[in-house]
Design a protein around this ligand. Structure first.
Ligand code: S5P
Length: 265
């Protein structure tokens, strides 16, 4: 199961249902772009989601920053996900014991599990966090990403933290299908983890608050990431959202085609 194969070929072989659906979607839509829509108003979030929808495989949200959140927002997001054929990823970064995250995932105001296809978790509390989230997410067909490496300067997610996070994923492949990371995480081709990489920018190298940007080429060709996550590079200029989404989609897809070509030889 060579993780440098085409997304379509990987979809055919992938044991995890959520990963299969995502890889099929990427192949069908020819995009490995995920847009991080980190805005604080419902209307703005929906309008950006509608504008970038045709170009993305995954729309990433931080639902708790939306000031005028209501249940209609998630209904509208779900409609847009069907209209444009993308998956929703609530970037909740769960980080507590299994019993607590179970409630944070299923309940409260946001009821994340009811609408978000994908979510993610830090591994700092140990494997119980995966077990707790799986109790809620697995029956709904949801998928989980583990944060194995962060993009920000000075992040502690390195060395044995990262390798033990990969071990946790290996033991929970029914629910965990990949990582938020800066590099490809599987050592052998017998397994296939999808790597989503944030910290992607074509024009700037940082944001003054620790974020570090690399290009789609660096992420996909040099580091073996599968999906580029782009936030401010796309929604930063409100007049150029669609234009920038097209640009990053193209850059991401070109890098992917180059990678497939290189590994065919
Ligand atoms: O290590 C990480 C993990 C994540 S999920 N670094 C990140 O930047 N992120 C998220 O990716 C972050 O929360 C934000 O939503 C997005 C990057 O946004 P940008 O505006 O810097 O592209």
């Amino acid at each position: 199961m060579n993780t440098y194969k085409s997304y379509g070929d990987r979809a055919k072989q992938h044991p995890n249902a959520c990963a299969r659906a995502l890889l099929e979607l990427m192949e069908r839509k020819q995009t490995n772009l995920s847009v991080a829509v980190d805005v604080t108003k419902k209307d703005e979030l929906l309008s950006i989601a509608d504008a970038v929808g045709p170009y993305v495989c995954v729309l990433k949200t931080h639902i708790d920053i939306v000031e005028d959140f209501d249940s209609d927002l998630v209904e509208q997001l779900q409609l847009l996900s069907k209209k444009h054929d993308f998956m929703i990823f609530e970037d909740r970064k769960f980080a507590d014991i299994g019993n607590t995250v179970k409630h944070q995932y299923a309940n409260g105001i946001y009821k994340i599990a009811s609408w978000s296809h994908i979510t993610n978790a830090h591994t700092v509390p140990g494997e119980g966090i995966i077990k707790g989230l799986a109790e809620v997410g697995l029956p709904l067909g949801r998928g989980l990403l583990l944060l194995a490496e962060m993009s920000s300067k000075g992040a502690l997610t390195k060395g044995s933290y990262t390798t033990e996070s990969v071990e946790m994923a290996r033991r929970n492949k029914d629910f965990v299908f990949g990582f938020i990371a800066q590099h490809k995480m599987n050592e052998s081709d017998d397994e296939d983890f999808i790597v989503m990489s944030p910290g992607v920018g074509l024009d700037v190298k940082g944001d003054g608050l620790g974020q570090q940007y690399r290009t789609p080429h660096e992420v996909i060709v040099e580091s073996g990431g599968d999906i580029i996550i782009v936030g401010r590079g796309i929604y930063g200029n409100p007049d150029k959202v669609e234009e920038q989404a097209k640009r990053y989609r193209q850059a991401g897809w070109d890098a992917y085609l180059e990678r497939v070509r290189l590994h065919q030889k």
